[in-house]
Design a protein around this ligand. Structure first.
Ligand code: SF4
Ligand code: SF4
Length: 265
């Protein structure tokens, strides 16, 4: 799976595989001639944590945010639903959050905007993974940031841009997607499973209602401390939801958190 903010044709990008200690020269600031060009004509897959940050920033429910700002798609080779940022219908297909003086949601911008000019590819799911993925440069010709003189390692860039936190919170979701991608293409999910995936991964407010207002907590014997944790904290709820999805979608995954209650009587 690649997580990339890129315009043009990604097929043209030959990923130069680089690791966390790779050094590169780059700086982006409002005085570069290309300022905000990389915020137009792009394709951004939003992660679950991106959605939480943006919907809270915009003071919307996840349902409202999904309806206004996203498009549903199926992620190639996985048959899993993802959502991409819906661009404006202007000539340049601008991001809805870009203005002449920059990004109006900058502090809460998506993970792939933070990574840029890097992209990230996750190769394997966690069990037995011998490779945590790799990074590559998007290297778009319009980007003048590479002509600036600040030097970073990939590790420093990720920390500086706050990507580490995004990746840590999204880890269960990334693992789910990569795990599904490792299955043969003829292994399809039912429509119901796709709906559950969409709900738990992207529509966090509705998922909360599902957990607390349906028979979910009667079916599963969830530790009371965990119940309070997910009631109070939507990041914890997201991680919980992704763990639940994993046990529901992949029969080989067992998780003690989701013990079914014994029938009474
Ligand atoms: S320097 Fe690169 S990242 Fe910065 S605005 Fe220009 S295109 Fe975007
Ligand atoms: S969210 Fe902000 S940084 Fe990302 S593409 Fe839109 S305007 Fe640019």
């Amino acid at each position: 799976m690649t997580d990339t903010k890129a315009s043009g044709n990604m097929a043209d990008i030959v990923p130069e595989r680089v690791g966390p200690d790779h050094r590169f020269q780059f700086k982006c600031h409002p005085k570069v001639a290309c300022f905000t060009q990389c915020c137009r004509g792009i394709n951004i897959i939003l992660t679950p944590y991106d959605i939480i940050r943006l919907k809270n920033r915009l003071q919307m429910t996840s349902e409202e945010f999904l309806a206004v700002y996203t498009r549903p798609e199926l992620l190639e080779k996985t048959d899993l639903p993802v959502v991409t940022l819906k661009l404006l219908e202007d000539e340049q297909e601008s991001c809805p959050f870009v203005r002449d003086d920059g990004c109006i949601v900058y502090e809460d911008r998506p993970g792939s905007c933070r990574y840029y000019p890097l992209g990230v590819a996750s190769l394997q799911h966690k069990d037995g993974a011998d490779d945590e993925g790799f990074y590559f440069f998007v290297n778009e010709p319009h980007c003048k940031g590479f002509e600036q003189d600040t030097v970073w390692t990939v590790k420093e860039w990720r920390r500086n841009q706050g990507v580490d936190i995004h990746d840590e919170i999204n880890a269960e979701w990334t693992d789910l997607v990569v795990r599904k991608r490792s299955f043969p293409p003829n292994v399809k999910l039912s429509e119901q499973s796709k709906k559950m995936f969409f709900l738990a991964a992207y529509n966090i407010d509705k998922f909360k209602a599902f957990v607390f207002e349906s028979s979910f907590l009667e079916r599963y014997d969830i530790d009371p401390q965990m119940v309070e944790k997910i009631r109070a904290d939507e990041i914890e709820l997201l991680k919980f939801g992704c763990r639940w999805l994993k046990t529901s979608l992949f029969s080989a995954v067992k998780d003690d958190l989701f013990k079914l209650r014994e029938p009474e009587g």
